[in-house]
Design a binder for this molecule. Sequence first.
Ligand SMILES: Nc1ncnc2c1ncn2[C@@H]1O[C@H](COP(=O)(O)OP(=O)(O)O)[C@@H](O)[C@H]1O
Ligand SMILES: [Mg+2]
Length: 367
Amino acid sequence: MSLTRFTVTGVRNLHPVTLSPSPRINILSGDNGSGKTSLLEAIYLLGLARSFRSTRLLPVIHYDQQACTIFGQVQMADGRHCNLGISRDRQGEFQIRIDGQNVRSAAQLAETLPLQLINPDSFRLLEGAPKIRRQFLDWGVFHVEPRFLSAWQRLQKALRQRNSWLRHGTLDAASQAAWDRELCLASDEIDGYRRAYIQALKPVFERTLIELVELQGLTLSYYRGWDKERELNTVLASSLPRDQQLGHTQAGPQRADLRLRLGSHNAAEILSRGQQKLVVCALRIAQGHLVNQAKHGHCIYLVDDLPSELDEHHRRALCRLLEDLHCQVFITCVDHELLREGWRTDTPVAMFHVEHGGITQTHDHRE
Ligand SMILES: Nc1ncnc2c1ncn2[C@@H]1O[C@H](COP(=O)(O)OP(=O)(O)O)[C@@H](O)[C@H]1O
Ligand SMILES: [Mg+2]
């Protein structure tokens, strides 16, 4: 799938604009502060109903405007078109529309417009809290396993119930035991989906990584959130006193993590920023391949400041992998000369120049 047209109004410093991007490679260049990241942010908003730069959406709205609005026409894998719209005003009014219908859940947007973001913050996937890696993992599972979402929702409900019981103890023992059974069932289901996903991801990740960088001995493994030798209900029973003391459940899929190690070390502690970036790119590109296999649709890549931290050899290797995904890619950079050459002749490449919030197309992919 790809964005065939999109319109952005009231986002950061961007002037109102409508773009018809290439279904494959789109390069946006411009000086610092011109609005490149803001454009990627607008696309991200359309796909996830949130920003990657701020937790709140108010800062995203242009200082002089009352609201920000993004419309996009998406061409689906089967050729159909789907119209997405999202807007947020200063009063906090928030609207998501899919084909003219109001929708409440952002999951539906994510389903229609699967996005992968690679930006200068991406190293957090390795260095940051487990939550970031769980989000990465669950993005993949969500897109390849249709049963995941409902299992995840059941888990959240059972977990809220248990945590409230741990804090206030208001439920009778029989009811709480029933909730715990539900918690364990949902947990096992989620663990099964995640495990199957990682098993499929690993070989694709390893193949992708070799194309990008040589890192002997880098391993990816999955921790399910509780002891792999024991059933969750046994673990819950033995950790009950501590859970009661803390007021929340310690073991379970809400504690799952991915581990990237180089020999006996945590990879994040050894790799350079450039190497970290390449590992993250390999992980995210591998996810794109799995989504392609599962849905015959394609996710869209947003790569902010692609050249940063990378030498020419690695930059080219990354561009080649992105090109070989056959996905729509939006790449930003300061100097477009670094990315102008090297694409295959049959790959449609569109180029845009961003200046003081205005965007002009300098090369049409159809030419
Ligand atoms: N809400 C806003 N309204 C208007 N301008 C903004 C707003 N938020 C940020 N800006 C400005 O938008 C500009 C573009 O930022 P950005 O997209 O990050 O640039 P680039 O990625 O091209 O370096 C910055 O100069 C910033 O000061
Ligand atoms: Mg930027």
